[in-house]
Structure formats: C-alpha cells, structure tokens
Design a protein around this ligand. Structure first.
Ligand code: G6P
Length: 614
C-alpha cells in the first residue's frame, strides 16, 4: 500500500518519477505527489487527489527542473484522500520533503509533543509527524539530516519505507525502511529508490534490497552507503534483477487483468519448469528436498495468508490432507498473528503471498519462527520480504502481477502447492508411485488445458451481458472447489462491486438458500469428481427455488447441462488440479461483468495490491 519512488542523477527526474509512479499505482491511487529539488536550492512540491494522471495534468507548465526528486502514490490510511493529505509532506519551514509507505502507530503521541513545541500541522496523516519530527531534531540538535533521521526513527513505532529530500542538498536523498519494502537501483551516474524494482528496471538491473533498520544515503558521485540507526555500516548487497519491461506493460491487452488471465498457460509452464521431470514421474521442489526430514515428520501444516492467497491455501489444505496425510489448518494471517497460535517444533507454517510483502503475513511468519515452527514461503515477488524471513520456500515464478485482482498468482500458487504436496507424498509414501506419475503427467498438460479454457472467452463475454445487473451472486463448490467458489466470488466483488458470496455447496442449505430467487444467480463449480453426485443435488435445490444457474462442468457433462441455465465446459483433469482450470472462466466472468459496468478493473476503488499496513 502506497508506492514510493526516488531519483537522483543526470536524467529527466520528473519523467523517471512519473513513469515510476504509474508502475507503482497498483499499490494505491487515492492521490499522487512529487517533490523536486534543483541546483538553485528550490524545493517544488506538487500533489493532487486521485490517480497519477491528475498529478501529471497539474504539473503541466510548472517548473520541473530537478537533479533529485521523490514521489508517492497513496492508499489512504490516516486522513481522507485529498490534496492536503497527499504526500510528499514537508516540514513547516519548507526545508524537507518526505514520502512514506507504512503506518506510524505512535504518531498521536509524537504529534502532541511537537504541537506543544509550536509545530503546526497541515494534514491529517500519520506521515506528517515524521517529517516535522526529523526537522525539529535537525534544528534542535544542529545536526545533519542523516543524524536527525536516525534519531527520529528511534522514536517511531510502526512500519515505514521513507525517502527524504532536503532543499539545499540537490545531490542527496536519504531513505530508510522497517517492515515496508524498499529497493535501491544503482545505475551509471544515477540512483533510484522504489517500493519495488519496477520503476527502474529499464535503467539498471543492479538492485539493493534494503533490510529492516537500514538507512540508505544516496549521494551524487558517491557509492551507495547503507548504515543502521546507530551508525554502523551495512554491506551493500547488489542483486541482479531478472524482470523485463515487457512484463510490466499491457502488451496489446486493454487491461493488465485480461493480459494476466491470458498469460496463464505460460505462467503455469514457468511454475512447473524444471520441477516436473521424467514425463511427470518425479517432482523436484528444492525447498522440500533440502528439508526432507522436516516434511516427512511434520505433525501439522499451518497455512497463513490473506485474500486470494488464502483461497489458494484452502486448496492446499485439501491437497495436503488428501495426498500427504498431514493435518492442515488454514489461518488468516491477520487473525493468526493476534491469536496466540500454539506452534512448536514439528509444525510447518506455509506462508503464501504473491507480493511477499503483505504486512499481516510477514508478521505471522515472524511469530511462527519465534515459536519454533519451520517456516516455508510460497511467494511470487523474488527478493521480497517474506522469502527473506522464511527458512525455505518455493517461488511460483508467474512474473509481475499488476492487475489488482489476482489471477495468474492464484493458479501459480495452486500449481506450486500441488507440486509440494506431490513431492511430500512421494517422500512419505502416502500416494502410490503410479498415482504420482498420473498426476505428474497431467500437470505437464495443464498449460494446454488452460489454453483450451481461454477459448471460452467470447462465450463468457456474451454470457456476462445477461448477468451484469444482478445485485447479488452466490458461488458454490465442494471439496477443493469450495475455495474456487470463494475465489470466483472475490473476483466479482473486487472489480464489479457486486455482492457475491462463496459457499460450500451443501452448506448453502443452512442459510444462503433463503436468498435464492430468480434475481440471484448462482455460479456452481461442478466438475466430475468424487462429489459430483452430491453437487448435482445442490444444483437441483437451487433450480427448485427458481434461481438461475451458471455451471462450470467437465466437458461432455449432460446431467448438469439439463439443469443449469448456462454451462461452461472445462477439460477433464485429475480432481486435485481442477481448481486451476475451473478458476479461469470465473476470472473472465468477473472481468467482463466489470467491463460491462464500466468499472476500472485494474484499479478497483479502495483496493491496493500490496497491503503493507495492518
Ligand atoms: C490484497 C490484494 C489481493 C491479494 C491480497 C494478499 O488484498 O488486492 O489480490 O490476494 O492482498 O496479497 P499477497 O501479496 O500476500 O498475496
């Protein structure tokens, strides 16, 4: 949540920052702002409510000359979205400008103290307190900006990634992080900073991921310096980025979401690349192989995740219980972290997160480690915080996901969880080798099967027109497709703002059935699996009450075809893989309904992709 970007160098500072903000807009789009310094000692701050394009309009014709600058795109936490609450915030004397991603928990105490000392505040944000405090310390102690930042951060509780600019220092930016991501890019005669590497990937592939408690000093003509709050030097660890610019662009699609839906055959190939060998007979997940004993002797698996990742974890529960005989619980990371989780040696905590930065999931990982569990991460963003805090893990390798509604990350997560479960089943001997080989072979065919599902695109687009103006939807599924139903409902809610509820199909009788009438469509995920006959009854129960039904069925199904108003046929796959193929038509259905309603699918209201606040 909130994206920050900074630039120092001989290039066009304004352009680099604006382009960077667009790349980070998935992190929030309530307001955007920019602070620029030039060699004449002028500090210009421009900010505007709404998306980055509003900021661009406001900046046209303004003095944009600069040697250094910082910028911000906001997801509001403290204070409504407004010009005033937009970042950068500046110190009262106009000497410093600061951008911030995170939350300052003790801002009220600090603010009250500063007000007593005569500071005047101009916004309702927690962030303003940081910049005012830094300047108050700098003036009071007559110290350097770095010293003031160190002192201020010692007084601050909460999470932050910040960048600070000083009016008379057009050659320097100071940045720091704790619990919010920050990465520095090192180019030729230029340096960048950003919440993730996407704003500078076309300028340099040299990245330095800042660690908690570190302060980076970016100074023109000098190598990057990293110190901690007590002035100890830290090692500058340069990582080579593998991201490409084409991954960050729409590639001819009208929206990132549609592009990402259509990328899934390829992203699924990437998720299994090198991991399914001998035609499917062997599954290799390094993190499992290297921790064989831990997985074989696990007494329990606890999944922690949020949002779509939580739904993928729910699929994982069915997988691990069915094929590995390991008891599984799935926890919302935000609940887990405050629930006194009873954990210890023998427990494996698997943290799922596309971004690898979700604040609650990261906190859950830290707690699980403290309690002695073995912590395994399943993430997408390489080098992000969660993979760095876990004992081991497996990346899903689906490339940058930019659409706020997660699509390819979900199928990638389910795929990688399936691979992990199969390799554990092999080690434990809980699944016959022939069965592992059968599923392994089917895994290799999944990208092609998803390609086939994507051919339903035009049919789904037409179908969406019928359901665009429904006010409520029910999504029903059983077994491992109960989470598919949850995910389908979430997609619809997120981008079309239609209320949708995901439910276990049989549980529907205990409440939601009361809602069913001709105005409330039910989307029922009903592939041919061991619960097929049961779900046929559930379809009948909906039909008997006059509800209209869209059913996701296995190719060639005739029974449900006769009951449902519309069916979308998916290819036959082993049961444990069906959430991957069944979720794709649900993504398309949500997409087209939102488009029909004229919604901004890539930037749905109130949402952000990387939730770095609690
Ligand atoms: C936000 C996003 C969701 C995502 C969730 C968890 O709510 O909008 O798409 O599923 O965060 O994010 P993570 O990066 O941890 O998977």
């Amino acid at each position: 949540m909130c994206g920050i970007v900074g630039y120092l160098g001989d290039g066009n500072t304004y352009e680099v920052l604006i382009k960077g903000l667009h790349r980070l807009e998935y992190r929030g789009y309530d307001s955007a702002g920019i602070a620029l310094v030039d060699t004449k000692g002028k500090l210009h701050v421009y900010k505007s409510k709404g998306k980055v394009e509003n900021l661009e309009n406001m900046c046209s014709g303004k003095d944009l000359e600069a040697t250094a600058g910082i910028a911000h795109t906001r997801w509001a936490t403290h204070g409504e979205p407004s010009d005033n609450n937009a970042h950068p915030h500046y110190s009262e004397d106009g000497n410093l400008a600061l951008v911030h991603n995170g939350t300052i928990e003790n801002y009220k105490v600090l603010k009250d103290a500063l007000v007593k000392h005569g500071c005047k505040f101009h916004s309702e944000t927690d962030t303003e307190v940081l910049v005012q405090l830094i300047e108050y310390i700098r003036l009071g102690n007559n110290c350097s900006l770095v010293e003031a930042v160190q002192e201020a951060l010692k007084q601050v509780e909460g999470a932050y990634a910040i960048a600070v600019l000083e009016k008379d220092k057009p050659d320097t930016i100071i940045a720091a992080r704790k619990s919010s991501p920050l990465v520095i890019g090192i180019g030729e005669n230029e340096m960048f900073l950003a919440s993730d590497a996407s704003p500078f990937v076309e300028y340099t592939s040299n990245a330095v991921y800042l660690k908690d408690g570190e302060i980076a000093i970016l100074k023109k003509g000098e190598p990057l310096k990293i110190i901690d709050l007590d002035n100890n030097n830290s090692k500058v660890d340069v990582t080579k980025l593998k991201m490409s610019i084409s991954e960050l662009e729409k590639g001819g699609y009208p929206h990132f979401m549609l592009k990402e839906i259509f990328e899934q055959p390829n992203t699924l190939r990437e998720s299994i690349r090198g991991r399914v060998v001998d035609g499917g007979k062997r599954i290799i997940i390094n993190g499992v192989r290297d921790n064989k004993e831990t997985f074989v002797n696990a007494r329990r698996i606890v999944f922690v995740a949020c949002g779509t990742s939580w739904h993928a974890a729910m699929v994982g529960k069915y997988l691990f219980q069915d094929i590995c005989d390991i008891p599984v619980v799935v926890e919302y990371a935000s609940e887990f972290r405050y629930s006194n989780p009873v954990l210890g040696p023998g427990d494996i905590v698997i943290a799922l997160s596309q971004s690898g930065e979700t604040a609650d999931t990261l906190a859950a990982v830290k707690i699980a480690r403290e309690k002695g569990a073995f912590v395994f991460g399943v993430c997408n963003a390489v080098g992000s915080s969660i993979p760095r805090e876990t004992h081991s893990g497996a990346y899903i390798h689906v490339g940058p996901e930019i659409g706020v509604a997660s699509t390819k990350a979900f199928t990638g997560q389910v795929m990688v969880l399936t691979l992990i479960a199969l390799s554990v089943a092999h080690l434990k001997g809980t699944l016959p080798e022939e069965e592992i080989a059968r599923i392994g072979k089917a895994l290799l065919d999944i990208p092609e099967k998803v390609e086939k599902v994507l051919k339903l695109n035009d049919k789904i687009e037409r179908l969406s027109a019928i359901y665009t103006y429904a006010h409520n939807f029910l999504y029903l599924g059983r077994g491992c497709n109960f989470p598919t139903a949850l995910e389908g409902a979430l997609k619809l809610k997120e981008i079309s703002y239609i209320h949708a509820e995901g439910y276990p199909a049989a549980e529907m009788k205990h409440g939601p059935i009361a809602l069913i009438d001709e105005e409330m469509p039910s989307v029922i995920i009903a592939p041919k699996d061991h619960l097929y006959d049961k779900i046929v009854s559930n379809v009948q129960q909906v039909k008997a009450r006059g509800g209209s039904i869209v059913a996701i069925v296995t190719e060639g199904d005739t029974v449900i075809k006769n009951l449902a108003n519309h069916v979308l046929e998916i290819p036959e796959v082993p049961e444990c893989l069906s959430p991957i193929v069944a979720s794709v038509p649900l993504q398309l259905l949500a997409y087209y309904i939102a488009i029909n309603k004229g919604k901004d699918v890539d930037m749905p209201r109130n949402l952000a992709k990387s939730v770095t606040v609690e």
